[in-house]
Design a protein around this ligand. Structure first.
Ligand code: ATP
Ligand code: MG
Ligand code: MG
Ligand code: MG
Length: 465
């Protein structure tokens, strides 16, 4: 079953349960300064969960674009993590609660998608007997397949405000994917029990002192990773082999002459590139430009990290810009704006890749030269990390990652001292204007200078530099 079919079936299913199906919100949070990027389906609806905003129909369903940079180190190492992914979700703002959420999730997976109930496991929060009973008595899941997990895994809360227990649904992919430990079950870090869907029951309001008060109107917030359920439905080993991602890897095979599926480290690089180009394309389409701070930094870091993986694959020429069209072809049906913004996206990616490509190799040489001087227990000098950032355009996290791979740590203090000194110098030189560094944001001017042809297609929103 194609990923687009699953997406459609999900939204149609919840439409049939009287949900309003809404478009994905932008990756850039609107009216929410506490968030850098949207990382879950519920994020655009926070005000509805708290009751601050109300809508006529309290049931909503979406397929939301998400970025989770917190998962960056997992990409390519686990079968299931991306930095960019789509989350299917159904939400109830003070309307239906646990029973319907559980019943419908089960109905969708087993009847609509036709998954074998025998392969499904669930987890509940250890103190949530209500959810446990529903799974056991209403759904009739054998007790040995209902796992109780603690707060870390099965209680959702961010600071103060609405929060509550959750219940997750897992697909047992078989021993082949497992760690082989006798006590391997949902919650284990390995890929055997694939968490596909999280049902969050926001039923408490947490106050400043850490007390939980029952909410007058209880909410449902669910999230299912589209790529994960697609991997299950398509019977592939990992998310990167599904129909909307694998063609990117195939294009990289053509560009590099390397083969997927032969060597672990090659696969990791191919997966990282396939993941990051998707994130880059969607972020740029939503109006993010590469920079040294905030969202711009996230974008820059992802793009440059992918470029470095290109170098690891032996590429000396630019390649990221060539992948933009592949991503657009795979995603344009659901996100037609990608097509209209195509020229703009290619231009931004090309410029950023160009900037880094000029310095990457030299930077890597310097990095490796410095690494070779270190002996076990020594830290990597902060001033060199600063030089890599300032002169060679290495995002700090990239430097840390490379030295981490060799088992070393960075002298972060030394780095900060250099960064501060440079900021001071720049302030002095330019009066009170904040330092910009040598590798700052790509501006509208840069785009103009480079024979940019895509303006006709960009809205004013995208023209911010
Ligand atoms: P995991 O434990 O596998 O890291 P999670 O518990 O952090 O997942 P949730 O916050 O519960 O994930 O998000 C809801 C759903 O979104 C998950 O059940 C999963 O299907 C999907 N999901 C979460 N993180 C990612 C990711 N980095 N890449 C792809 N899908 C994801
Ligand atoms: Mg996670
Ligand atoms: Mg989890
Ligand atoms: Mg979860």
């Amino acid at each position: 079953m194609k990923t687009s079919e699953i997406r459609k079936r999900y939204l149609d299913f919840f439409k049939s349960k009287n949900h309003d199906v809404l478009e994905s919100a932008s990756l850039i949070p609107q009216n929410d300064p506490s968030l850098l990027l949207i990382g879950a389906g519920m994020a655009p609806f926070k005000d509805y969960f708290t009751g601050k905003l109300k809508r006529e129909n309290p049931r909503v369903s979406t397929c939301q674009k998400c970025i989770r940079t917190g998962d960056i180190d997992n990409v390519g190492k686990t079968a299931r993590h991306h930095t960019f992914f789509e989350m299917l979700g159904n939400f109830s703002f003070g309307d239906y609660f646990k029973e319907d959420a559980i019943k419908w999730a089960w109905e969708f997976l087993t009847e609509n998608l036709g998954l074998n109930p025998e392969n499904l496991w669930v987890s509940v929060y250890e103190e949530d007997q209500e959810a446990y009973d529903l799974w056991r008595d209403l759904i009739k899941i054998p007790e040995e397949k209902i796992v109780r997990l603690g707060k870390k895994d099965n209680f959702w809360e961010v600071g103060v405000g609405p929060c509550g227990p959750c219940s997750e649904i897992y697909v047992d992919q078989g021993e082949k994917f497992g760690c082989g430990k006798a006590d391997c079950k949902p919650g284990c870090d390995c890929d055997r029990f694939l968490e596909v869907w999280n049902l969050v029951f926001t039923q408490f309001d947490k106050d400043e002192e850490g007390n939980y008060h029952p909410l007058a109107s209880k909410n449902i917030d669910t999230g299912m990773g589209l790529e994960r359920i697609a991997a299950v439905m398509q019977g592939v080993d990992n998310n990167f082999e599904i129909d909307i991602i694998f063609p990117i890897i195939q294009r990289m095979e053509e560009i590099t002459g390397k083969k997927y599926g032969e060597k672990e480290e090659v696969d990791v690089s191919l997966k990282v590139i396939a993941d990051h180009i998707r994130a880059v394309v969607f972020m740029v389409a939503d109006g993010v430009l590469p920079g040294n701070e905030g969202r711009g930094y996230v974008l820059r870091r992802l793009l440059r990290r992918a470029v470095r993986h290109g170098l690891l694959l032996g590429l000396k020429e630019m390649f990221m810009y060539k992948l933009v069209d592949v991503v657009i072809q795979l995603m344009e049906d659901q996100y037609p704006e990608l097509k209209t913004k195509r020229d703009y996206i290619v231009k931004v990616v090309t410029l950023e890749e160009e900037k880094f490509a000029q310095t990457l190799e030299q930077g890597m040489q310097l990095l490796e030269y410095e690494l070779a001087k270190l002996t076990k227990g020594q830290v990597f000098p902060g001033d060199i990390a600063f030089k890599l950032y300032d002169t060679y355009g290495f995002p700090l996290d990239l430097t840390k990652e490379v030295i981490g791979e060799k088992g070393f740590e960075l002298d972060e203090e030394g780095y900060k001292i250099e960064l501060e000194a440079q900021r001071r110098r720049a302030r002095e030189a330019r009066g009170e204007v904040e330092a910009m560094g040598t590798q700052e944001v790509i501006t509208l001017e840069d785009l103009e200078k480079s024979n940019f042809i895509g303006y006709t297609n960009i809205s004013n929103k995208d023209k911010i530099a």
